[in-house]
Design a protein around this ligand. Structure first.
Ligand code: F3S
Length: 394
């Protein structure tokens, strides 16, 4: 059955503006495919697929053409990380050709009114939805955080559908926009204590590969910081396609599912996850900040590196706004005096690191460890921050 459209939505479908018309047509098609009855208005959007490395010339030309046709966002729309730090790309080792194309993408997004935030943690950088608010976000780790920790409602949008939602201010009401789909399918009891952010990432990596796109409910987790939860969700969204999870007494007042399949995460699973995510001990780049680092994470790294000297290269990736606070606090100076680099706007997965001569990366992110072999041609070492910092300062 075709979706019911309001008079305003019918008008968007008949708009004189070709970009608006195309955006609405795409959303109607999506809604029909997923059996949505109607559209829902959204409070914000988040556009992904804006690194030149990810979309190449065809994607760049599509965005430029769309902007030229009059595409303009109607709701606050943040952009996911780009392929380079917009200011420090030369220092990173990005080629001028790549930088030129990335700037063309930036210009197209600017013309559409997209906030040039270039971060995967919009919720830490000025785009914070509220509980039960409908949004259309595309970055999978941010989708997971928004649904699970904040309680907002978004599906895992693709780059085009998030942009279409931004331009029309709407998205089809299906999937996680509907309360009946926001219930747990698996109950996972976590036996070992999770002592580091990397432990949470390892739990996420294990869980995502088992539950795939379903909804886990964790019990046995005693405490978790915001950074732990962002690492957990990012990992589950990478090894699986988890867009919503619950942690008893931490993320939600939801009661544990009664009939759901119950699984146990044991100490041995935690250990083997570290081993499974690692295929080298020798690395030429250490990267923190996947998802983008909070100021607290940067502070911890700076505290550990005070007066130290790093062997090899180290990147700390964060949002532009968190970089500003880190500059003011002196954290950036401390990290860079030790030999590291604090980068904004980008990350080691969407930057062209394989073209910069890097062959192996150390990370405390299970998401980065999952994507880097295929997307960056890297061998990977996965470990927690302090252990990796210990190694690079030995
Ligand atoms: Fe963000 Fe890049 Fe990781 S977009 S979640 S830092 S792969």
């Amino acid at each position: 059955m075709a979706m019911h459209l309001t008079a305003d939505e019918e008008a968007l479908l008949d708009s004189d503006n070709p970009a608006v018309r195309k955006a609405m047509e795409l959303l109607v098609r999506l809604g029909d495919i997923y059996g949505a009855d109607e559209m829902v208005e959204i409070a914000s959007a988040q556009a992904s697929g804006i690194s030149y490395k990810s979309i190449g010339d065809p994607g760049m030309e599509f965005l430029e053409g769309f902007a030229e046709e009059g595409a303009e966002v109607r709701v606050q729309t943040f952009a996911n990380p780009a392929g380079m730090d917009i200011d420090r790309w030369e220092e990173m080792g990005v080629s001028p050709e790549f930088a030129k194309k990335q700037r063309r993408i930036l210009q197209a997004l600017r013309e559409m009114g997209v906030t040039l935030s270039f971060t995967c943690t919009p919720y830490l950088a000025g785009n914070l939805p509220r509980r039960n608010q409908h949004i259309a976000w595309a970055e999978s780790s941010a989708v997971s955080f928004a649904n699970s920790v904040i309680g907002a409602r978004t599906n895992r949008e693709g780059g085009p559908s998030a942009l279409a939602a931004a331009i029309t201010g709407r998205t089809p009401k299906y999937g996680l926009h509907l309360p009946e789909n926001r219930t747990a399918t698996h109950r996972i009891h976590v036996d070992p204590s999770l002592d580091t952010q990397a432990d949470f990432a390892a739990l996420g990596s294990w869980t995502g590969s088992i539950v795939e796109d379903e909804v886990p409910y964790f019990t046995g987790v005693e405490d978790a910081t915001t950074d732990d939860l962002k690492a957990l969700g990012a990992a589950m969204a990478a090894t699986g396609a988890v867009a919503l999870y619950f942690v008893e007494d931490i993320t939600t007042d939801e009661t544990p599912p009664i009939d759901a399949e119950t699984l146990a995460f044991e100490s041995g699973d935690l250990e083997s996850e570290y081993a499974d995510l690692t295929d080298t001990e020798d690395t030429d780049l250490v990267v923190f900040g996947c998802p983008h680092s909070s100021v607290e994470e940067i502070e911890r790294i700076a505290d550990r590196l005070e007066g130290e000297s790093i062997q090899g290269d180290m990147w700390v990736c964060t949002s532009r706004s968190n970089k500003t606070w880190s500059d003011r606090q002196g954290y950036t100076d401390t990290i860079e005096a030790a030999g590291g680099t604090v980068l904004s706007d980008t990350c080691n997965v969407v930057a062209p690191i394989e073209e910069m001569g890097y062959e192996s990366t150390a990370t405390d992110s299970a998401k980065a460890a999952t994507y880097l072999p295929g997307f960056g041609n890297q061998r990977v070492k996965f470990d927690d921050k302090l252990s990796l910092l210990e190694e690079v300062t030995e």
